[in-house]
Design a binder for this molecule. Structure first.
Ligand SMILES: Nc1nc2c(c(=O)[nH]1)N[C@H]1C(S)=C(S)[C@@H](COP(=O)(O)O)O[C@H]1N2
Ligand SMILES: [Mo]
Length: 195
């Protein structure tokens, strides 16, 4: 059984340093996979933002788009051209009233995982909340019913089962960042670990 394949010349310029192409789409979860039902699903925003709670129907009312994005896990595997369906982060953010001094976000998830991101990195137009993967409803193990995808950072920043955003003035560190991973995690600069 082969777990990695060699990139073609066209692919190799999309593979960041120190990464290999995975076969299939590995699942990487710390702990148990939470079982989240759409009926009870809630998404909260708090901190330096007008507090609000969104239901599944609020997300479905936003426009849906197809996305193709490369996916880079800090444990050295990448998957190119992953096809997702979802909602642009910028469309969701247009529903919020964020205070001007907010500069950082903590992402919160069902199951308790957290990961931090700068507001500027979060607001990039290519970021999205995914509800389908290769045309199928997002499976629980890949973060269903909904996850975040931040293509330009290592995938630990792409929170599965995301259920909240905490807006902050100063940076707080999330789960892996507290445990030695880099505060930002840009794969082309190999921002793997904090030093
Ligand atoms: N809630 C939550 N989100 C998470 C994780 C996790 O353990 N819990 N793992 C992260 C890591 S390290 C990676 S590489 C990707 C893996 O996504 P996948 O399992 O869909 O491949 O999810 C990220 N998001
Ligand atoms: Mo990862």
């Amino acid at each position: 059984m082969k777990y990695f394949h060699k990139p073609s010349p066209e692919e190799s310029e999309k593979v960041p340093p120190g990464q290999h192409l995975a076969k299939g789409f590995p699942v990487l979860t710390y702990g148990e996979t939470p079982q989240v039902s759409i009926e009870n699903w809630e998404f909260k925003v708090w901190g330096l933002v007008k507090p609000a709670i969104f239901k599944w129907s609020d997300f479905l009312a936003l426009p849906q788009h197809e996305f193709t994005a490369d996916f880079h896990c800090v444990t050295h595997w990448s998957k190119l051209d992953v096809k997702w369906t979802g909602i642009k982060v910028t469309d969701f953010m247009s529903l919020l009233e964020v205070e001007p001094k907010a500069a950082h976000i903590m992402q919160h998830c069902y199951g308790g995982y957290t990961t931090n991101i700068e507001l500027n990195d979060f607001l990039k137009p290519e970021n999205f909340f995914a509800i389908k993967l290769f045309g199928e409803p997002l499976s629980a193990e890949h973060g269903g019913p909904i996850r975040l995808v931040i293509p330009h950072l290592y995938a630990w920043k792409s929170a599965k089962w995301i259920n909240g955003l905490e807006f902050l003035e100063t940076e707080k560190l999330g789960f892996w960042e507290e445990n030695g991973y880099h505060r930002r995690g840009e794969p082309w600069a190999q921002e793997r670990y904090s030093s």
